[in-house]
Ligand binder design. Sequence first.
Ligand SMILES: [Zn+2]
Length: 430
Amino acid sequence: MQLTIHRGTREIGGSCVELQSGNTRLIIDVGLPLVDQDREPFNRNALRGKELPELVEEGIVPRVAGLFTPGEPPDAILLSHSHLDHVGLLHLTPETIPVYASTGTSKMMNAGAMFSGQQRLPRERHVKLASGTPEAIGNFTVTPYVVDHSCYGSMAFLVEAEGKRLLYSGDLRMHGRKPGMIKSLIADVGPLRVDALIMEGTHFGSIGRQKKTEYELEFELTDLIRSAPGLVLGSFSPIDVDRLVSYLKATMRNDRTFVVDAYAAYVLHLVKSEIGVPDPTDPKAPVRVYFNEAFQRKGITKLQEMFAPNRIDRDEILSRPKEHAMVFRPSMLKLDFDGDLPTGSRCLYSFWQGYLDRPDWTELKRHLADVNGDFVPAHTSGHIFMDDLINFVQSINPKQVIPIHTFEPEAYQQHFENVRQLKDGEPIEV
Ligand SMILES: [Zn+2]
């Protein structure tokens, strides 16, 4: 089978991989870049008002025949998870191509479309993948495996054709809430001796720095909420359901009320039957729902009705700030609190440190200092740490390791003997 990494051989973001066997062509991920050609953060507005040929010309969209440039359309698109650097170009692909993804991915895309201007996975294009169940697509057999990542519903893919096997890691980690997921992937795929492993390497370059697990973070959050002198504000991505659960548990352990926004409430509602989290539509659920200003302005009355039984308003939170921990985003400082947070508020920041220079966060930090509050980063990565990565690759024991989703593809050779470093758009025979 032929493999082409159209984008991602030497950058984090914009992942797009093609596999061909005979007449069958599969595309894995259709990601939006995270950086531009100067490695500055990619501005999503760069897509606006531009036609596809222009985007291809500018190098924002990769040259993939039948997908983004003229030609016969590929037979299928597989999505590993709903982060934009894996799905962000889906709306530019021909609607006739079916999209294979987990139900989790479709749900998180649906929630992202409702709350953060992202795109939905159209129901008529979606073919549901179930972990461990092989799917025949033309000459290929694809077996998806759920993996742990900072995004609900993430999958790795084992792809087989012509007696060859390839494993695409997607984004994954071993220090999440469910380390058993990756162990069963290793147990299933390790003995097969795959011909190639396309391996994410987000953490190459941060060698030897093994950091905390999601469980350790949960206990850190528990301590930080316990010692908080006032209202606790938790900032994290709601589609990172593991993190949402960490906050929920840490809050409940302190006998505070966990207040979610409508986005997080909707995510909990979508995944409740799959993982047994509280459903905010249930009047007995141990969470309350705050309709922040930005949400109220959207006027989604259906969701307002769904979560009405657990609704909490700002005055109730402000009357007893020490009894609550609430989901927070910096825009709420002005919109919901008139630029004035209660005395002693503590903001817990659970994103990548790289966003911290943005004006909305710096303004929030300044304001918290003014009200005798504080701002505390509390985070762990959604990506596999170096030590785990080395163990994972050794356990899979592939004939070739192919770097992807990394700024340091050369560094793979320091750890593995059988590295095949590709260039974007370079086809090879596996
Ligand atoms: Zn991701």
